[in-house]
Design a protein around this ligand. Structure first.
Ligand code: FAD
Ligand code: NAG
Ligand code: NAG
Length: 359
């Protein structure tokens, strides 16, 4: 008999982890309050705490640098994710919701990690190779406020097309689902009476609210109908950002976005929308083509499940219940780091249950 894992969470982290656990031979049940659904039908108020629908989502490299220990821990996870995305795109180009395209960055006030990111370093095994990496020359900058720029090959996903694809793949490979709101991870051990649960994965995003290091980072973006040929990020000297994330698959383009710590406002701000559209249009006029204005489809507000000190990816025995592998607190990088986190989850479960766990 295969050992049975209960995964809490139907967001990008729970789904990726469940798929790899299934492929490692475990019996897997996902238990979640929210599952992927067509993005257009997801209610912005009642499902505000389910973060995955509200993501961009693009991969932007955050160069590892000693000044930022979290970046050093996270970078390998983003490289692992890149490899998985490439593989999924090559086998499922028209169904996975993944697009490969150029990433372009324009920074007004680059931190030390960017200043140190030369073409030689980007192609070294220390941090790369980052495919297609090239520093831009000042003549390629959109205006004189930009002091550093680069481009590279990267991926974007249409979040709910991608998440629904992961979910379908999981079920196709024999995974089971249970829609339910839990009071605690411990509940899962006694929930499925006919089937013993040997370990639990806690990929609940922002779910239980009892980790004092957790906080939310509000993000407001705007979805426009225009297509964009690249995922472009601009950092302003005041610390604010503007970016585009083409969603592909009839999903338009996300123009982002804000990063507001502990702001719980569910309503979009019109001022923010206008500022994002204006700055992005000036930075990358190509998106407008012949038009004067972008075609706004909807505003988006989401809550990134952020954690002081970085994500929690570790196993721990929960007294009186059993082994729980935690995988939450991915902040603004849940998609970017998803497959790296999922590999760590499988390692943690294997480490605890032993090799006998396989089918
Ligand atoms: C505006 C915005 C832009 C973003 N852009 C990007 C980007 O470009 N790239 C990127 O990598 N990331 C981006 N992110 C971040 C990314 O969306 C998140 O990191 C990611 O979605 C987190 O996934 P998760 O699976 O951890 O959590 P969630 O998606 O929130 O999933 C949590 C799951 O746990 C379930 N759950 C929680 N509590 C319970 C309970 N008590 N009982 C049962 N089930 C429960 C929920 O129902 C849900 O299924 C962005 C986020 C925002 C808001
Ligand atoms: C979202 O989470 C917060 C904090 O846990 C909670 O107060 C709020 O009721 C939740 N909102 C919804 C719509 O579930
Ligand atoms: C499970 O994850 C949530 C984050 O969603 C966290 O608040 C909680 O403390 C975790 N559970 C345990 C038992 O550690």
């Amino acid at each position: 008999m295969a050992k049975h894992i209960g995964v809490i969470g139907g967001g990008v982290i729970g789904l990726s982890s469940s798929l790899l656990l299934r492929q490692a031979g475990y019996a897997v049940t996902i238990i979640a309050k929210d599952f992927p659904a067509p993005f257009e039908t997801i209610d912005p108020i009642t499902q505000i705490n389910f973060t995955s629908p509200w993501g961009g989502a693009h991969n932007r490299w955050v160069p590892p640098h000693p000044s930022n220990p979290v970046s050093v821990r996270e970078h390998p996870l983003s490289l692992t994710t890149f490899r998985h995305m490439k593989a999924l795109f090559s086998t499922h180009p028209s169904t996975a919701g993944i697009t490969f395209l150029k990433g372009i960055e324009y920074l007004e006030s680059p931190g030390p990690e960017y200043v140190a990111l030369t073409e030689a370093r980007a192609s070294s095994s220390e941090i790369g190779p980052l495919p297609g990496f090239r520093l831009l020359s000042p003549s390629e900058f959109p205006d004189s406020k930009i002091t550093w720029g680069c481009e590279y090959d990267t991926w974007c996903v249409n979040p709910m097309v991608y998440c629904a694809f992961l979910l379908r793949r999981f079920v196709y490979q024999g995974g089971k689902l249970l829609k339910k709101e839990l009071r605690s991870p411990a509940e899962v051990f006694s929930l499925l009476s006919e089937e013993k649960v040997d370990a639990v994965v806690n990929a609940s995003g922002n779910g239980f609210g009892d980790d004092e290091n957790m906080f939310i980072t509000r993000g407001q973006t705007v979805l426009v109908a225009e297509e964009c040929d690249a995922t472009v990020t601009r950092q302003n000297a005041d610390g604010s950002w503007t970016f585009s994330v083409p969603r592909g698959f009839e999903g338009g383009t996300i123009i982002g976005g804000t990063k507001e710590v502990n702001n719980w406002d569910v309503k979009p701000s019109e001022g923010t929308r206008e500022r994002l559209l204006k700055t992005f249009g000036e930075t990358y006029p190509k998106i407008l083509g012949e038009k004067k204005e972008l075609t706004v489809l909807r505003d988006i507000v989401g809550r990134r499940p952020t954690r002081k000190g970085g994500p929690r990816i570790e196993g721990k025995v929960l007294e009186g219940a059993g082994f729980v592998m935690h995988a939450y607190g991915l902040g603004g990088r849940g998609y970017e780091l998803s497959w790296g986190v999922a590999e760590k989850v499988v390692e943690g479960i294997k480490g605890h249950l032993g090799e006998g766990a396989k089918l």
